[in-house]
Design a protein around this ligand. Structure first.
Ligand SMILES: [Zn+2]
Length: 256
């Protein structure tokens, strides 16, 4: 079943007419002519979120909400490529907003300099076509999973640590797919780039995958050629990628 917002975006695509300037800007991406009224909410603006947001803005996603309460630190610059030394000490959400405005001033970009939690998430994602989880914290991920499941809003999760990256696309409206809570119930999830270290390009690989999946969904809805409810685990050093279906956990308090 399509969510209301996804249905809206698809029906809108029929009537959308690209203007000459748009055609020139988006001439390298023929499939994304119907995303100008979509609404992507990006939670976490570190290495993942800052790059994913850049790709979504470049592609012309019409409404983008940036959420993070953190500030730019010198240790971030090695992998958070949307920031530079001019941004040190600034709020990430505002810094990224300013950078994305330079990419496309016609987009409706909102920024919220706050940390997402179980109290504010339902409001923050209420009008989203999809949510992109770019946080690095299991507790917040669980809260995002719960809020998006309750609202039946598709959720795109990505993570990176060491030389590995992971991703999961959740439709959040299907009883045959597990959810993030099901994953942590079954797998020992560890995400800690502080103790394990991380190479900048590995985060970039995760962000490229996540933004690709989200853009395909925004362009084509649930007909997009992507795998829902599959957990991807990739090793950047070995160049390997495994993908397996995440079954629902019968004991899951979120989706069952
Ligand atoms: Zn579940």
């Amino acid at each position: 079943m399509l969510s209301h917002s996804a249905t809206h975006s698809i029906s809108h695509s029929v009537s959308r007419k690209l203007e000459h300037q748009d055609i020139r800007r988006y001439s390298r991406q023929l499939l994304l002519d119907c995303i100008d009224h979509d609404d992507a909410v990006i939670v976490g603006l570190g290495g993942l979120g800052s790059l994913t947001a850049r790709y979504l803005a470049g592609a012309g996603v019409g409404n983008i909400t940036l959420i993070d309460g953190d500030t730019v630190d010198i240790s971030n610059l090695q992998r958070q490529v949307s920031y530079n030394e001019m941004h040190l000490g600034e709020l990430k959400a505002k810094s990224l907003y300013n950078e994305l405005r330079k990419v496309n001033a016609h987009l409706n970009i909102q920024f919220k300099s706050l940390f997402a939690d179980s109290n504010n998430l339902p409001t923050l994602i209420a009008s989203a076509t999809c949510v992109l989880d770019c946080t690095d914290n299991v507790t917040v991920r669980k809260q995002i999973n719960l809020a998006s499941f309750r609202a039946s809003i598709p959720l795109f999760i990505a993570a990176a640590s060491g030389l590995t990256w992971q991703a999961l696309n959740l439709p959040q409206n299907s009883v045959t797919c597990g959810c993030y809570e099901c994953l942590v119930n079954n797998v020992a999830v560890r995400e800690d780039c502080v103790s394990k270290g991380i190479l900048g390009p590995v985060v970039g690989m995760a962000a490229c995958h996540q933004s690709t999946q989200a853009l395909l969904f925004l362009a084509r809805g649930f007909d997009a050629d992507i795998k829902w409810g599959h957990y991807v685990n990739a090793h950047a050093g070995l160049g390997t990628l495994q993908c397996f279906k995440l079954p629902p956990s019968s004991s899951c308090e979120v989706c069952q």
